[in-house]
Design a protein around this ligand. Structure first.
Ligand code: NAD
Length: 504
């Protein structure tokens, strides 16, 4: 099956979306977008420069007062309409996402796009539940209440692994709360953020509420974070770049929301359903070709199940079908780029001297030879402090390690700088509850790994960042709290004035 999405036609007017129209970037630098399944260039565009960022921020700033003044019901109606537009155009979004990322079309159709349709519907509902917590007389002479207000212009920066969902997770809560936004997607994956902004216009969002600048991290990204009119930066990406973003934000006192890297543990206790755990680990490590910040990356398996787990997980990995992302039967596409493929194979090659590559560890040839493919890879016998266990690989690689006692399994699970997600596999409720309490991560699944849902928060502990995406928690982060206090006495000379005027 071939792809029908034609970026050259769709974005002939340019790959920037500012003030409600597409235009060409002004950095003077071009970026090519390559289909990672074939290595063919499918699109080139002029990257946004600092002038484009400044104009996008100006458009967002101009749109802010009008947008902030809309009622929750008005914003909710537009978000509902956006959800419907996305559902109508689902196939175009799925094709664009699969083309730029190389992800299997069944993943785009069944996960990325419906998830985004549902997110828009969720934030349509959330928009009508923006509440301050209290109105009361906390002092006998005053009535206090709390207003939750939008913040202003939000600058967001997104990665390439789930470009549509990342754009949605940034844009939807921000605009639902009455903010306007400038989003900078990753350079390799500009398409679906542009389509989302265009769909927002089709749904009736005023120009300037949603703006997209497709530019390089170093110039457009840093300018967006440092811009004096951007009051909040919401960043999703690697921990290294997150650190740089937070340095800049510290100097400008910009509110920060950081969704960073992960290295999720997958802890299998000896009473677990082995078949469920094996399928969960293989699916949870290979989804999106392992380019998932919550992917299962470190399976800790209690000694009695360890050997069977390694054997069965390797056998299952070997059944996974790599291929053309547009073929409906393909399970696993290429990595996002040849550079990312080489990075992943570098990690595996460096591990060979001290660990066992049980299956995979190869670059497929034959019809796949021109794509950025990498075979599903299972590694055993690695030391806990080795790079392959500690570093985020972001590819189809699962490392399996044994443990003896429950204490040891949980200690090893917590033993990386990251804390985004984790799972525990057991039929014993006491073990399960203990694991969910003791694992330091923003999400702990029990007997599953990967599912997300619009109502529940997604975000990290430790070096995986802070701030939540999706859910009412995310919505609140895009607001600020104001205390309003009314005098109830109508007395000109208040009692407390004595602290200034003495007995006069
Ligand atoms: P990355 O950090 O290289 O880039 C992310 C974004 O930051 C891109 O848009 C990039 O252009 C921009 N950027 C790069 N340098 C910048 C700078 N100096 N200033 C401002 N912006 C800059 O990450 P990536 O390789 O695109 O994505 C993979 C990473 O994203 C992984 O670490 C993954 O774990 C993480 N991720 C985290 C979550 C989460 O929810 N925690 C979700 C998805 C991906």
């Amino acid at each position: 099956m071939s792809n029908r999405f034609q970026p050259r036609d769709r974005f002939a007017a340019g790959a920037q979306y500012i003030g409600g129209r597409f235009r060409v970037g002004t950095s003077g630098r071009r970026q090519s977008v390559v289909d990672p399944a074939t290595g063919d260039e499918v699109f080139t565009y002029e990257l946004a420069g600092t002038r484009d960022v400044d104009e996008a921020v100006a458009a967002a700033r101009a749109a802010f007062p009008g947008w902030a003044a809309t009622t929750p019901a008005e914003r909710s109606a537009l978000l509902q309409h956006l959800s419907a537009v996305l559902a109508e155009r689902a196939e175009e979004f799925a094709q664009a996402e699969s083309l730029q990322c190389g992800k299997p079309i069944k993943l785009s159709r069944e996960f990325d796009v419906p998830g985004t349709v549902d997110n828009a519907a969720f934030f349509a509902g959330a928009a009508r539940h923006l509440e301050g917590r209290a109105a009361a007389e906390y002092s006998a002479d005053h009535t206090s209440y709390v207003r939750r207000e939008p913040i202003g212009v939000v600058g967001s920066i997104a990665p390439w692994n789930y470009p549509l969902q990342m754009a949605a997770w940034k844009i939807l809560p921000a605009v639902a709360a009455g903010n306007t936004i400038v989003l900078k997607p990753a350079e390799l994956t500009p398409f679906t953020s542009l389509l989302l902004a265009e769909a927002a216009k089709e749904a009736g969002f005023p120009d300037g509420v949603v703006n997209i600048v497709n530019g390089a991290g170093k110039d457009a990204g840093e300018r967006l974070v440092a811009h004096p009119d951007v009051v909040m930066t919401s960043f999703t990406g690697s921990t290294a770049v997150g650190r740089r973003v937070s340095e800049i934000a510290t100097t400008t006192i910009t509110r920060l929301h950081l969704e960073l890297g992960g290295k999720a543990p997958f802890v299998v206790f000896d009473d677990a359903d082995l078949d469920a755990a094996v399928h969960g680990a293989v699916a949870g490590s290979l989804i999106n070709t392992g380019q998932d910040c919550t992917a299962a990356t470190r399976a800790y398996v209690q000694r009695p199940l360890y050997e069977a787990f390694v054997r069965e997980a390797a056998a299952l990995m070997e059944t996974v079908r790599l291929g053309d992302p547009f073929a409906p039967a393909t399970d696993l596409g290429p990595l996002v780029s040849h550079a990312q493929r080489d990075r992943v194979s570098g990690f595996v090659d460096r591990a060979r001297s001290h660990a066992t590559v049980v299956t995979g560890g190869t670059v497929p040839g034959g019809v796949l030879k021109d794509g950025a493919y990498y075979a599903p890879t299972l590694i055993a016998d690695a030391a806990q402090d080795s790079e392959i266990v500690q570093a985020e690989i972001f590819g189809p690689v699962l490392v399996v390690l044994p443990f003896d006692t429950d204490d040891e399994g949980l200690r090893l699970a917590n033993d990386t700088p990251y804390g985004l997600a984790a799972s525990a596999w057991t039929r014993d409720t006491y073990r399960a509850h203990r694991a969910t309490r003791e694992i330091r991560a923003g999400c702990v699944w029990v007997n599953d790994h990967i599912p997300i849902i619009s109502e529940m928060p997604h975000g990290g502990y430790k070096a995986s960042g802070y701030g939540k995406d999706m859910s009412a928690y995310s919505f609140e982060e895009y607001t600020q709290v104001k205390h309003v206090m009314f005098d109830n006495t109508a007395v000109a000379r208040k009692d407390w004035h004595r602290t200034v005027f003495g007995d006069r």
